[in-house]
Ligand binder design. Structure first.
Ligand SMILES: C[S@@+](CC[C@H](N)C(=O)[O-])C[C@H]1O[C@@H](n2cnc3c(N)ncnc32)[C@H](O)[C@@H]1O
Length: 369
């Protein structure tokens, strides 16, 4: 698989770190919405025969306080299931291995700092009354293989796989120009929308092929990602307007703004369904979406600053790579804050989250596994 464009965030616990950025996702309870799907997947896993060694992975774990939140919910669900098994079955499970994946640029140190308290919460093995819980890092792109064949029982990923492996080549080569947008926005051309959709489908298939190798037959995968709000594309004009404002003040070049595109695609449910059917190794247990609105700051200075910081956290590493200007992150945050306080104060953003739960088939068109 070709190299992946890095979209990892700034690490640490500073204002622009993922710790702050993820506060937005926490608020929207993106991860919490996945928990019932994860609990069902664990209940089914333990129903057949409790595995002696359970291996789970979070793909795109990031670095803030959220990095261990999802796997913590999974380990809790496993322990809950073991508590409901006859003691001979429960005792069979002697270890739970947790794998945290993200791109190699991710600040894994910030994630690993939370491991001791995670283990204190879950590692009763030290007290002799539960499976040993261990945590491992797995740096690499989830668009390729990360784990040994047939090793994973449950793979989860929250709000990560809308990040593509790269911006579609036609936009990189300048064959297509996405003027006034930084991904497929409401004013992007159909050709740009089609190029992004093709890139998503190709990446999603690579993602499924890799996971199909790694997940045991009957094992599960539970995903959430940004989706298309209603039939509309997710607005990307706000970012483009902030960048154009910076260009009008000479901070960055106007032609650099037109060439700036973000490797992000918010698909609709059908794009996910089509990818799963095309790849063929998984059956869909559940596919659902929910929609919400992030209200504009309505003139609230603190809220404007927080929203600007969240945008900065999402874009800074990509801005730094694309624009040669010094302090591009600080300049972007200032321009975004001014825009939130001014023309964009009343702008509400419609967002959608897709949630997909899959089961690894025991037999597929590729043969029995
Ligand atoms: C919005 S954050 C989500 C963080 C966390 N899962 C949460 O729910 O708060 C997306 C994460 O996906 C990671 N990511 C993007 N593309 C990736 C890839 N190809 N392979 C692994 N991780 C990737 C980014 O580095 C980032 O940490």
């Amino acid at each position: 698989m070709a190299s992946v464009q890095s979209v990892s965030k700034i690490g640490g616990d500073g204002d622009e770190s993922n710790a702050k950025d993820s506060a937005f996702q926490r608020k929207q309870s993106v991860q919490n919405r996945l928990i019932p799907l994860l609990e069902t997947a664990i209940a089914e896993l333990c129903q057949e025969a409790v595995p002696g060694s359970i291996r789970i992975a979070d793909l795109g774990c990031s670095s803030g306080s959220n990095a261990l939140a999802l796997v913590s919910a999974v380990v809790t669900a496993v322990r809950h299931q073991l508590g409901h098994q006859p003691s001979s079955a429960a005792e069979r499970c002697y270890e739970i291995s947790v794998y945290l994946n993200d791109l190699p640029d991710n600040d894994f140190n910030a994630a690993f700092k939370a491991v001791p308290s995670f283990l204190r919460e879950h590692g009763e093995a030290a007290r002799g009354d539960g499976p040993l819980v261990m945590v491992f890092g797995a740096p690499g792109s989830f668009y390729g293989r990360l784990f040994p064949a047939k090793s994973m029982h449950l793979v989860c990923s929250s709000f990560s796989i809308h990040w593509l492996s790269k911006v579609p080549q036609e936009l990189v080569d300048g064959v297509l120009v996405n003027k006034g947008n930084v991904w497929v926005g409401t004013t992007s051309s159909p050709a740009v929308a089609a190029a992004y959709a093709r890139q998503f489908q190709s990446d999603f298939i690579h993602f499924l092929v890799s996971r199909a190798e790694e997940i045991v037959p009957g094992g599960s995968m539970v995903l959430s990602l940004a989706g298309k709000p209603d039939s509309q594309n997710m607005r990307s004009e706000f970012i483009a307007e902030v960048l154009q404002d910076m260009a009008s003040r000479g901070v960055i070049g106007a032609e650099e703004v037109d060439a700036y595109n973000v490797p992000l695609h918010a698909p609709c449910e059908d794009e996910l369904r089509r990818g799963v059917e095309l790849e063929g190794s998984f059956e869909i247990v559940c596919l659902e979406s929910y929609h919400y609105i992030v209200n504009g700051p309505r003139g609230d200075a603190t809220c404007s600053a927080e929203m600007a910081m969240a945008q900065c956290a999402m874009h800074e590493s990509m801005l730094v790579r694309h624009f040669p200007a010094d302090n591009i992150g600080v300049e972007f945050a200032k321009a975004a804050e001014a825009r939130f306080m001014g023309v964009a104060a009343e702008e509400d953003t419609r967002l959608a989250i897709l949630m997909l739960s899959l089961r690894r088939k025991k037999c597929s068109s590729h043969g029995c596994y």
